[in-house]
Design a protein around this ligand. Structure first.
Ligand code: ADP
Ligand code: MG
Length: 240
């Protein structure tokens, strides 16, 4: 379970998160929507401890992310994160990209790491690409490789930050299908997304961020059907 309690975060004088409260249960899929600069990405980087916070706390399975005593490397193994930009190692094959972290971070042997990697690559539909270099993959395939790479660490949680935003429109669907497969498999996920159809169809809850505040959260039917918040309605009418 991820518990976010009254989290405040500034960059210098700029208040980016202004008291965020959000609990994500095991197996839950929460989509985060909202305008550019509303603090969505910052929240994700705070959850896995990439950024410090100014106030409040974030607990992952009861461990306080920003406590001095917390072993962040250990905690981060539980949390997979995939960003908008592909960040593959160009000089490594797809298989080597996916086995790298299990081998280096977990100290896993080559054989076991490769078995897991092949399974994850098959799972995201890249079973026939294990020997190629990332530059030979389409954008959608590269993002699916990034997802397989995160999954190879056997995380309990997955954070996605606009993973389809940099893709050509015709490649978006295959990546969203991969996310949907993961969600259906019971993965606990927080998905920052611009894909309203995905948010509506796959999420258990949708959170709307507005200028550092979580202005509204609820099941998709509520957010997309009868949003209570004026800013939510305005945002949704601007993206549809
Ligand atoms: P979103 O993902 O919702 O578009 P972000 O969380 O990326 O928003 O950013 C929120 C605000 O914080 C923006 O105004 C952005 O420019 C600012 N910001 C984000 N990261 C940094 C940083 N490392 N240093 C300074 N300002 C930042
Ligand atoms: Mg962002």
């Amino acid at each position: 379970m991820i518990e976010i309690e009254n989290v405040h975060k500034s960059f210098g004088a700029l208040k980016v998160l202004k008291g965020i409260d959000l609990t994500v249960d095991k197996g839950e899929v929460v989509s985060v929507i909202g305008g550019s600069g509303s603090g969505k990405s910052t929240l994700l980087t705070c959850i896995n401890g990439l950024e410090p916070i100014d106030e409040g706390r974030i607990l992952v399975d009861g461990t306080e992310v920003h406590a001095r005593s917390t072993d962040l490397n250990k905690l981060r193994r539980k949390i997979g994160i995939v960003f908008q930009q592909f960040n593959a190692f160009p000089h490594l094959t797809v298989l080597e990209n996916v086995t790298l972290a299990p081998r280096k971070v977990k100290g896993m042997g080559r054989k076991e790491a490769e078995e897991i990697a092949v399974r994850q690559l098959e799972h995201v539909g890249l079973g026939d690409k294990i020997k190629v270099y990332p530059s030979r993959l389409s954008g959608g395939q590269q993002q699916r490789m990034a997802i397989a790479r995160a999954l190879a660490m056997s995380p309990d949680y997955m954070l996605f930050d606009e993973v389809t935003s940099a893709l050509d429109p015709q490649l978006v669907g295959e990546v969203l299908d991969t996310l949907k497969l993961l969600a259906d498999g019971g993965m606990t996920m927080i998905c920052v997304t611009h894909e309203m159809r995905f948010a509506r169809e796959v999420s258990d809850r949708v959170a709307f961020f507005d200028q550092g505040v979580m202005a509204e959260i609820g099941p998709p039917e509520q957010i997309f059907g009868e949003a209570k918040n004026e800013a939510t309605r305005k945002f949704l009418s601007s993206v549809r």
